[in-house]
Design a binder for this molecule. Structure first.
Ligand SMILES: *[C@@H]1O[C@H](CO)[C@@H](O)[C@H](O)[C@H]1NC(C)=O
Ligand SMILES: *[C@@H]1O[C@H](CO)[C@@H](O)[C@H](O)[C@H]1NC(C)=O
Ligand SMILES: *[C@@H]1O[C@H](CO)[C@@H](O)[C@H](O)[C@H]1NC(C)=O
Ligand SMILES: *[C@@H]1O[C@H](CO)[C@@H](O)[C@H](O)[C@H]1NC(C)=O
Ligand SMILES: *[C@@H]1O[C@H](CO)[C@@H](O)[C@H](O)[C@H]1NC(C)=O
Ligand SMILES: *[C@@H]1O[C@H](CO)[C@@H](O)[C@H](O)[C@H]1NC(C)=O
Ligand SMILES: *[C@@H]1O[C@H](CO)[C@@H](O)[C@H](O)[C@H]1NC(C)=O
Ligand SMILES: *[C@@H]1O[C@H](CO)[C@@H](O)[C@H](O)[C@H]1NC(C)=O
Ligand SMILES: *[C@@H]1O[C@H](CO)[C@@H](O)[C@H](O)[C@H]1NC(C)=O
Ligand SMILES: *[C@@H]1O[C@H](CO)[C@@H](O)[C@H](O)[C@H]1NC(C)=O
Ligand SMILES: *[C@@H]1O[C@H](CO)[C@@H](O)[C@H](O)[C@H]1NC(C)=O
Ligand SMILES: *[C@@H]1O[C@H](CO)[C@@H](O)[C@H](O)[C@H]1NC(C)=O
Length: 553
């Protein structure tokens, strides 16, 4: 294994005590992990008996698992065999000091068709369950996604017994329309008539028992053991409720934070969110249904819009039986909100480092910024667009990060022109970039006045999820915040007619994307960038551009 001296030097700056010498040695022997991906449109891997091109990686859909450990250095050499530019983003991987590898339009030039480019990033100080996908051109609707596991280093205790095995479970809605047609029509016409979800897939497979499915997902387990399921909602439009017939799920982790362990009959997983649950196979030898059903949507057992897989006990001789397990009323928002509120950080569990997760105490932080962000559907020059505070993000050819590096942003975007805590009276386009104070605490309040779910994701950071509320947010809403043990994650749902508040400690300089994770909202402009600027050019603070930096724009 090659040793990357850069990471050792960086760490040395922080390492003066003998206590950390062991830590230092472990880090300097960071493992390098290599992937070579050939990305193409492929009709063979389409999940349904529908002639549909799917974005496959090495002819696989979903793409290959990235299975790494804290501080590993991952190299992904991406060969773009699509007929369009391509970028991958690593959802939830914080890219510490290194927004150069974030893979969104504001940080990277796309990989052109018939070209390849190698991402190199470190899973620094992280553990947890994440996933990746293409970030531009609406390509995520056509697949290209896959699971990322960041395992704990051996020296760090995990707060639950080692399971018999781990399974990745990528659930998400799926449209059978060609993604290129969806994206061109959506831009011009009725945004709600295109890219409409028709199925819910599990690991890229259609529902069990559906005559359009080419196959269905099945997990083989041994009776009397425990299994870890790493669940992510890789979909584009729908929040999902997940459950397993006759089995409870012990929630243990979300997006890199160990949670207080709670037993659940069913779990709401919103778009872009990830969870780990432990399932005990303590029922009789049989096969059991695994069901993912949409929130805020009526379905019945014969609806296409149900993800259905199977938990197969190895000695079972009979297939699944009985009705599908029922979940909560999909329209019961209060149930969902209460479940979300009950997901707390386990303050005594270690995570990537030996110190407890909860050594960050947010009960007493001084906020340096408040961003109040309203996502909405607007119309500009007769075209439907999504906006934040009535500004729809306009994607330019020059990545903002490059503009910053070469010309300090000048002439490309106007820093802080975006209305960070109010809604403009008129809808407009904008290249929205706001300043985040380096090492300041930011409060973000996400508001949703529409009658559908919204989800927000921040690159570069985990945020402390301090509150959910119904109705309008006012400063008095802060009295309801949970500042004691809020969970840290990177993606959060906003209920119809409600708000969600998070705190983020902006200790990661760079250019960071904040976006709706609902794909059509993101694609049509519901995003902005947070520029966290550190005037110190010391590369130990922010990394220089990679040697293979692509230029464009
Ligand atoms: C699938 O559709 C493509 C064009 O969208 C067409 O070229 C191809 O022949 C079709 N394949 C089948 C098996 O129908
Ligand atoms: C993932 O990596 C861990 C740690 O190296 C290893 O124990 C496990 O077998 C790997 N799993 C897969 C599916 O590759
Ligand atoms: C493209 O792939 C080749 C190996 O086939 C590799 O040597 C080269 O570094 C890659 N190019 C980039 C820009 O990553
Ligand atoms: C929190 O983590 C600790 C340390 O690993 C563990 O012993 C404890 O059971 C966990 N508590 C809960 C409520 O999950
Ligand atoms: C598939 O199932 C649907 C009802 O679920 C039925 O209407 C249709 O005829 C079936 N198609 C085939 C080819 O069996
Ligand atoms: C499954 O069946 C085999 C063969 O009968 C037996 O050896 C094994 O113990 C059984 N496993 C379980 C979990 O019961
Ligand atoms: C099976 O395990 C669950 C926890 O996952 C527990 O609540 C339940 O009581 C157990 N059932 C039996 C039959 O042991
Ligand atoms: C199930 O829902 C579908 C629409 O999603 C409807 O067409 C069908 O009649 C319903 N079936 C039953 C048995 O209610
Ligand atoms: C809380 O804030 C006060 C005033 O800013 C400060 O004096 C105190 O040390 C802080 N306490 C903690 C635990 O950070
Ligand atoms: C967090 O800090 C507050 C005061 O600043 C203190 O009252 C509280 O006990 C601290 N909580 C933890 C878990 O350390
Ligand atoms: C670049 O912009 C920052 C403010 O965002 C400013 O502090 C700094 O002085 C600028 N640098 C140059 C070289 O203009
Ligand atoms: C955005 O501006 C338009 C006028 O251009 C206005 O009709 C609309 O209500 C505004 N949106 C919001 C959320 O205030």
């Amino acid at each position: 294994m090659r040793i990357n001296g850069y990471y050792c030097r960086v760490f040395m700056l922080f390492t003066y005590t003998t206590f950390l010498v062991l830590e230092f040695v472990t880090r300097c022997s960071a493992i390098e992990v290599y992937h070579e991906w050939h990305v193409s449109l492929d009709t063979n891997v389409s999940p349904l008996n529908v002639n549909q091109s799917v974005i496959a990686i090495n002819e696989m859909f979903p793409g290959p698992l990235i299975n790494v450990t804290t501080n590993d250095v991952v190299h992904v050499n991406v060969f773009n065999n699509l007929d369009e530019p391509l970028l991958f983003t690593w959802h939830g991987i914080q890219q510490r000091l290194n927004s150069w590898q974030d893979g969104v339009s504001g940080t990277n030039c796309p990989i052109l068709p018939h070209h390849n480019w190698t991402y190199v990033f470190q899973t620094k100080d992280q553990i947890g369950t994440f996933f990746y996908y293409p970030s531009i051109q609406f390509q995520k609707a056509a697949g290209g996604f896959g699971a990322i596991r960041v395992n704990n280093r051996d020296v760090i205790a995990v707060p639950f017994p080692k399971p018999e095995a781990e399974f990745d479970l990528l659930i998400g809605d799926w449209s059978t329309e060609d993604y290129k047609i969806s994206k061109s029509m959506m831009r011009n016409k009725d945004v709600n008539s295109y890219a409409v979800p028709k199925f819910i897939l599990m690991n890229g497979k259609g529902p069990y028992g559906n005559n359009l499915s080419k196959s269905f997902e099945s997990f083989t387990v041994t009776r009397g053991k425990s299994y870890r399921f790493r669940i992510s909602n890789v979909g584009n439009a729908l929040s999902l409720n997940l459950r397993i017939q006759n089995h409870e799920m012990l929630l243990v982790e979300t997006e890199g934070s160990y949670t207080n362990q709670i037993l659940l009959d069913s779990l709401d997983v919103h778009i872009g969110q990830s969870y780990s649950v432990i399932v005990k196979t303590n029922q009789s030898e049989a096969d059991y249904y695994i069901v993912a059903s949409p929130k805020l949507t009526n379905t019945n057992d014969s609806s296409d819009l149900l993800g259905i897989g199977v938990l197969h006990y190895s000695n079972s001789t009979r297939g699944v039986t009985g009705p599908l397990p029922t979940g909560p009323d999909p329209f019961d928002v209060e149930f969902s909100r209460n479940q979300a509120r009950s997901i707390r950080w386990n303050l005594t569990a270690g995570a990537a480092r030996p110190n407890p997760q909860g050594s960050f105490n947010v009960s007493n932080v001084t906020l340096s910024h408040t961003f109040i962000l309203l996502g909405s559907l607007e119309e500009i020059s007769g075209l439907p667009l999504y906006a934040v505070n009535n500004v729809s993000y306009y994607t330019i050819g020059t990545p903002l990060k490059l503009a910053d590096h070469f010309v300090n942003g000048s002439g490309v975007y106007q820093l802080d022109a975006f209305p960070h805590d109010s809604v403009n009276a008129n809808a407009s386009y904008g290249i929205s970039v706001v300043s985040g104070k380096h090492k300041g605490w930011a409060e973000f309040v996400f508001k949703n006045k529409m009658n559908v779910m919204d989800t927000w994701h921040l690159d570069g950071f985990g945020f402390f999820l301090v509150g959910f509320g119904d109705g309008d947010w006012t400063p008095a809403s802060r009295d309801t915040y949970n500042l004691v043990d809020p969970v840290v994650r990177s993606t959060v749902q906003v209920y119809p007619g409600g708000w969600t508040a998070v705190y983020a400690f902006l200790d990661n300089p760079g250019m960071w994307n904040l976006r709706s994770q609902v794909l059509k909202r993101w694609y049509l402009g519901q995003e902005l960038y947070i520029r966290v600027f550190d005037a110190d050019p010391d590369p130990a603070k922010e990394r220089p551009p990679p040697e293979n930096l692509l230029l464009c724009g």
